[in-house]
Design a protein around this ligand. Structure first.
Ligand code: SAM
Length: 274
């Protein structure tokens, strides 16, 4: 046994590791571990991306919050998401078409071989997987999507374009509703504010929502949802869609959906005036 340590600026998270299942250094440093208590774990450039034990906390809130705010989510774009967890959740809404644009095919292949949380989703006939930079894809995209979801890494040289205003402008052009993961507002304040400011410039309507993901930096995680149209988490509509679509989840439910938009006072202060 050894310990994997993810270092933050002035704190860290330690996960007990049984063995390394895969490692490669390409455009990103990819590591997959068998852990003692969290199942398999994907790490990119030293940052935990998922563990089997709590990946549903993250993927279900990233996907079901925007998709339950749409009457008929039929055509969905996912940027990033190489482990397949996001597409797995999207398919529960029975869309006609899903496009996933992932920059690093080694993430896809290694996750399918050693983790398998996609549960076959990436082979579904409604899913097209493109190996391409998400920024370039949205820049050149002539199609429209009901929902665009960004499941990218912490800003690094590969993913930093996914937090810029240009990227969000293009996402607005091609989507009715847009959602992205937005880092820890507590200890990654700079990234969080950068994403918030860029989204605010690009979209007329935007909301932050938060959730607990135990293996993400100190547990608190944020997301942003944005649209040309008004965004109001209407409990009755969401509950009705949830009952109609009969989606089974481990973490998400309509009560959590609406509650996730309630922000603590310190976080409201962080974004006030920005
Ligand atoms: N949600 C996780 C987190 O916050 O820790 C990240 C999940 S991981 C599957 C994110 C994926 O985004 C990686 O597979 C990475 O290769 C991909 N990615 C990063 N930059 C990208 C880009 N510019 N275009 C497309 N995919 C990108």
């Amino acid at each position: 046994m050894s310990w994997f340590i993810e270092y933050y600026d002035d704190s860290a998270l330690m996960i007990k590791v049984k063995e390394t299942l895969f490692e490669s250094k390409g455009i990103q440093h990819i590591q997959i571990f068998e852990t003692a208590g969290f199942g398999k774990m994907l790490v990119l450039d030293g940052k935990i991306q998922l563990t089997e034990r709590d990946e549903s906390f993250y993927h279900e809130m990233l996907v079901h919050v925007p998709l339950f705010m749409v009457d008929e989510p039929k055509k969905i774009l996912v940027i990033g998401g190489g482990d397949g967890g996001t597409v797995r959740e999207v398919l529960k809404h029975n869309p006609d078409e899903v496009v996933m644009v992932e920059i690093d095919d080694t993430v896809i292949n290694a996750c399918r071989k050693y983790i398998g949380i996609d549960g076959g989703a990436l082979e579904d006939e409604r899913v097209t997987v493109l190996i391409e930079d998400g920024m370039e894809y949205v820049e050149n995209c002539k199609e429209r999507f009901d929902v665009v979801i960004v499941d990218g890494t912490d800003p690094n040289p590969v993913s930093e374009s996914l937090v810029k205003e240009d990227f969000f402008n293009n996402c607005k052009r091609i989507s009715n509703i847009f959602a992205t993961q937005a880092q820890s507002p507590f200890i990654q304040k700079e990234y969080f504010i950068e994403i918030y400011k860029s989204i605010k410039k690009a979209f007329e309507n935007y909301r932050i929502y938060i959730n607990f993901v135990p293996t993400y930096p100190l547990g608190l995680w944020s997301y942003m949802i944005a649209s040309k149209n008004e965004i109001e988490p209407d409990y009755d509509k969401i509950k009705q869609r949830w009952l109609e679509r009969k989606i089974s989840t481990k973490h998400y439910n309509p009560d959590l959906h609406v509650a996730s938009f309630a922000l603590p006072e310190w976080l409201k202060k962080e974004v006030k005036g920005d």
